[in-house]
Design a protein around this ligand. Structure first.
Ligand SMILES: *Cc1c(COP(=O)(O)O)cnc(C)c1O
Length: 529
């Protein structure tokens, strides 16, 4: 106890004068209670000092992490090596605390050396851009610190989560459903695997893996690695994820899926679920859900659609055909923090179920949280559906921006991002030295840049080998210059190429032109080969 109090006292900033702290204590008349030489009367934190610090910090956050971070004339990143950065940041935690001005400087430095993922020229990930409403929602939830296990402690956010889930369920095309927001798409995919298995062999919850036969999951070669992770974590085993080949465009081949299911059966294993991807991570390909659903019905398999990236197309009348058949899925993972720009993390896991499967599969009925004799309707205590205990109200970040923008604006953003990707593909085809891997289906635009020195080489292993080194060098140069961030990678047998992703309405045609110009500027000096 004493040590906890001591730690608590150390939190008091030394810049706060002793007399100021004393002012906050209870009237002098009241005799002090002392235990272990520690005065217990009155709080030991200075509320006014805390408020003033937060105020100063908020102004600084506004200037540095919002205005400057999103200013196209500023750098996307100020690159430092890990060694340099360790020196710059003075990371060691010491016995004594520091002054507020020092701490504010530390905040400034943290912002300065962080990558500005909200900058209009950040294209490195499947999320980007600054969404003001979602950001404000994040600030609010950080300030309020609610946890989403019970209505009692998070009444507003419990109802908001429910409202957002209902709307997403409607957009998927289900009449009824259930779901929850959780910490990222990888977790949502893990939930899918766990629910599929639980619905197949409910005994597993109590008696463990011995209740299950060898179960097999089918997922395409283009699918996200989180399916493998889920298989490893849940005791299914990564070798029991059968990799279904995809076609040249990156879409799962349904006939190959059926072959794999037959193979699993012939081995005496039990086919459990198919993971179809709507918007693959690299190519942005959409698996043919309708045909995959037919196969799932035929063999009685759970169909999960990983729409973490491509789910946003459901917002668009023009593009939702990409996910045709998604209403036949048993479960869907959909990340509003990607294309829809909600702040990290915001990931929904949704299931078509009317039987409280989520609750039955995950509940532990902790008696200190989920008392059944509360004075309100305990069906609003939704936390036991989750494998987490504390859980952030991530749905609020999506709810607030959806309220502010309306479905129509969200739809227009998605349509614009896809149109931008088409523009970029057209430009790539027009420009010398640029070569498109394939026409984009979504907003992933994959292409090679071929420096002038390599342009005369005939197509073949020598060119591939040299081309392979181009993207990493251009990437290094763009990072060190801080002008933009675009990802690159290999894929199957292809040499390194760039993957551009368009998401944010902050991005203009001019930014896309800049990306191509800049890649050429950084890569055309003949020093690459
Ligand atoms: C991003 C992504 C995921 C993982 O989502 P996280 O929120 O990053 O964990 C899963 N599947 C696909 C297709 C993705 O693009």
């Amino acid at each position: 106890m004493a040590s906890t109090m001591e730690r608590h006292l150390n939190v008091v900033n030394p810049s706060v004068s002793q007399s100021h702290v004393a002012d906050l204590r209870h009237p002098v008349k009241c005799s002090p209670v002392v235990i272990d030489n520690i005065v217990l009367n009155g709080p030991t934190v200075d509320v006014h000092a805390a408020e003033s610090f937060i105020h100063q910090a908020m102004e600084m956050i506004m200037d540095e992490a919002v205005k400057r971070a999103t200013n196209v004339r500023e750098k996307v990143c100020e690159w430092r090596s890990p060694e340099q950065l360790k020196d710059l940041l003075d990371l060691e935690l010491r016995d004594g605390g520091e002054s507020e001005s020092k701490i504010l400087q530390r905040c400034r430095d943290a912002i300065r050396y962080s990558v500005k993922t909200t900058h209009p020229r950040f294209f490195n990930q499947l999320y980007a851009g600054m969404e003001p409403y979602s950001m404000v929602a994040s600030f609010i939830t950080e300030a309020l610190k609610p946890s989403l296990y019970t209505y009692e402690v998070a009444p507003v956010f419990t109802l908001m989560e429910d409202a957002v889930l209902r709307k997403m369920i409607e957009m998927i095309g289900w009449e009824e459903g259930d779901g929850l927001f959780n910490a990222g798409g990888s977790m949502s995919n893990m939930y899918a695997v766990n629910l599929a298995r639980y619905s197949h062999c409910p005994d597993i919850k109590e008696v463990g893996l011995s209740a299950a036969p060898r179960l097999v999951i089918f997922s395409s070669q283009e699918s996200h690695y989180s399916i493998s992770k889920a298989a490893a974590l849940l005791g299914i085993g990564t070798k029991n994820v059968y990799v279904v080949p995809s076609d040249k465009r990156g879409k799962m081949i349904p006939s190959a899926l059926e072959e794999q299911i037959k193979t699993a059966k012939s081995e005496g294993a039990v086919p459990l679920m198919v993971n179809a991807t709507a918007g693959t991570t690299v190519l942005g390909a959409f698996d043919p859900i309708e045909e995959i659903a037919d196969i799932c019905e035929k063999y009685n398999l759970w169909l999960h659609v990983d729409a973490c990236w491509g789910g946003a197309a459901l917002m668009s009348k023009k593009h939702k055909h990409l996910l045709k058949g998604i209403h036949r899925a048993n479960s869907v993972a959909w990340n509003p923090h990607k294309m829809l720009m909600a702040c990290l993390q915001c990931s929904a896991f949704l299931i078509r179920d009317k039987t409280s499967l989520l609750q039955r599969c995950h509940s532990a009925q902790a008696s200190y949280l989920f008392q059944q004799d509360k004075f309100y309707d305990v069906s609003y205590d939704t936390g036991d559906k989750s494998v987490q205990c504390s859980r952030k109200p991530d749905a609020f970040k999506f709810w607030l921006m959806w309220k502010a923008l309306g479905t129509r604006e969200l739809e227009q953003r998605v349509d614009r991002a896809l149109a931008m990707a088409r523009y970029l593909a057209q430009e790539i085809k027009k420009r010398e030295g640029f070569c498109l891997l394939m026409e984009p289906e979504y907003t992933n635009v994959c292409f090679w840049y071929i420096p002038p020195s390599l342009r005369k080489l005939p197509e073949g292993p020598e060119l591939w080998k040299k081309l392979h080194t181009v993207a990493p060098v251009v990437k290094e140069r763009m990072m060190k210059k801080g002008s933009m961030m675009v990802g690159y990678q290999t894929h199957r047998d292809k040499p390194n190429f760039f993957r551009m992703v368009v998401i944010s309405p902050q991005v203009s045609r001019q930014d896309l032109d800049f990306v191509l110009d800049e890649i050429h500027n950084l890569g055309s000096d003949g020093r690459i080969d």
